[in-house]
Design a protein around this ligand. Sequence first.
Ligand code: T1G
Length: 697
Amino acid sequence: MSEPVTCKQHDSVLLITIDNPPVNALSAAVRLGLSKAFAVAEQEPTVKAVVLRCAGRTFIAGADITEFGKPMQPPALPEVLDQIDTFTKPVVAALHGTALGGGFETALTCHYRIAEASARVGLPEVKLGLLPGSGGTQRLPRLIDVKSALDMIVSGRQVAAPEAMALGAIDRIAEGDLTEQAMAYARELVDNSAPLRRCSDMAVNTADIGATFFAEYRTQVAKQQRGLEAPQACIEAIEIATTLPFAEGLKKERELFLERMASSESAALRHVFFAERQAPVVTDLPRDTPKREIRRVGIIGAGTMGSGIAINFLNAGIPVTLLEMKSEALERGIKTIQAYYDDRKAKGRMSEEKANACFARLAGTLDYADFNDVDLAIEAVFENMAVKHEVFAKLDEVCKPGAILATNTSYLDVNQIAAATSRPQDVLGLHFFSPAHVMRLLEVVRADKTADDVLATAMKLLGTIGKVGVVSGVCDGFIGNRMLKGYGREAGILLLEGASPSQIDSTMNRFGMAMGPMAMGDLAGLDIGSRAREERRQRGETVSPTDGAVADRLVEMGRLGQKSGKGYYRYEAGSRKPILDPEVDTVIEQAAKQLGIERRDISEEEILQRLIYPLINEAAKILEEGIAQRPSDIDVVWINGYGFPTYRGGPMHYADSIGLASILTTIKQYQQRYGDTWQAAPLLERLVQEGKRFSDL
Ligand code: T1G
């Protein structure tokens, strides 16, 4: 293996280059290489200054996350950075790509920073449940103002070089070749006998920080980032920077960092980081599987879903043809999309020019014949098999050979849909979540006959439109909605047994769910579930009398949820804030009475188990059936599609963290009480017998 750190002297300037693909993470070998390079440079009298740069696509992207949780190989990063800090000749960091985490901390330790205009810097540690652990919380508030440092560290956001320069975090923007400019900068510093600008020597400017500033900031962040500990630890470390000398602050930062590193929050967030990067990898598809080119997308259906899907492609620079049956419906869809861009412009989130260019890529049509040039058609029409069949037969007729035909169905059998065409190999599911331009998740449904290159194209396309995608096999509800069933069922039964909607929701909110099941039902519309149950009854399936008992009664009363101003809760006009409604308590009590269910006090622990354990149990079945490729994919689905708390790592990671044996025991107890809806998944039984966890699969 070639050396990850190399040195080359150009007259009086030593150029140190890190080359550790893909992102120049600070692995043990890189840390050792840097330490040696600076030690030698310190001793070498002909070296008057150093430039630190990276080869490849980016400056250092941070610590090597794959080393976390393992014994630390010396030298530790703080030791290496101490060497750079105390280096007696000017050190210039040359930044390109993204300088993140330990990478930006390294740059902050250098005495001067020059960056390409396109470079970005940031301290994203908070997103991994950490705080910057190598001086970032002590150096940044010394180099720039305290409030901006707080904002950067607590949000973890990336800051573009020009903004970083305005803040004072970067000294120069390179016009032209970065390395040449950095070398010239270093020579200039030597020629001018410029002072060594060490952050460690700088004072923190606390002039505009009031006595209550940190307390207020803490409260505000606690509200915005509910349940998360890392942002609070970041604030604490920065407050320390304003009160303690640099060396002491550094020590405290390290203590806080090690505490965070050992936390379950950080373990979960690191798990999610890798889970999301693994998700698009399809185990049995070779990396070099050919992909089809997607130059134009056709979308059938201009409703909420269709318009949302269209925006994804328009934003990514891909033209869209939007098809509807009636001109009013088409116009409504186009208006929705236009309103989105108007809003982006008005809020300053998108430039006038970009928004206009995106919107200009949209074409509307009432005629299927205009789909003759689309490379991908996505159907987003009413959830009904007969309707889907009609659409796909039509697509089969008009689309060119090789076009990919996708359905956005959230429940229906994609194999059956594919069978409506003469080219099932070109058909797959692209299950977007609503609102489709906001939600990051996409389930890519691989049907029995879906061709490899069709799947590979879809997985690549996800990256293009900024989604995180997971492959699902065909089954009722795919991964996410199939799991949701047990969750919703138990929530409904708990109501009958004695829990109130707000008790259930607040329990789940405290657990960290973005929304409780009752509030979610009100948002989605209670009539949707009612209709689905009615359809099941009509198909001759048995629907348990407790299943949706309360929701069905509410729907009969016209309480459809937010859209009718009342559902499980009451809503005031124009507000989404749920208000308790005693009328609902009466409905619940009456329903329980009719079903002969005696109401009792229900504990928070029981609510959690009754809602979360069915998720875990169903997920085990999904894994065993090969519907999901790996447990971490299920975590990605629930975090990005259903508001499962990221800091618990998703249902599978959460199950591993509390122990599968105790979950299985509890599931068996509920089975005795409630029967076979609580039948344990064979995979769960097997893992417990073998003393394994989901992460061992
Ligand atoms: N360590 C190890 N591997 C990493 C990595 C890292 N820091 N960052 C990325 N990778 C891998 C990633 O898993 C993927 O691998 C490949 O690189 C490309 O990544 C002391 C505590 C840099 C903006 O949090 O934000 O510093 O899947 O697909 O879209 O205080 O990666 O190909 O096998 O994401 O071009 C702080 C995390 C660490 C940065 C590039 N740093 N990385 O995005 O490619 S904590 C971060 C990113 C820290 C100090 C501490 C992005 C990126 P594979 P990618 P990308």
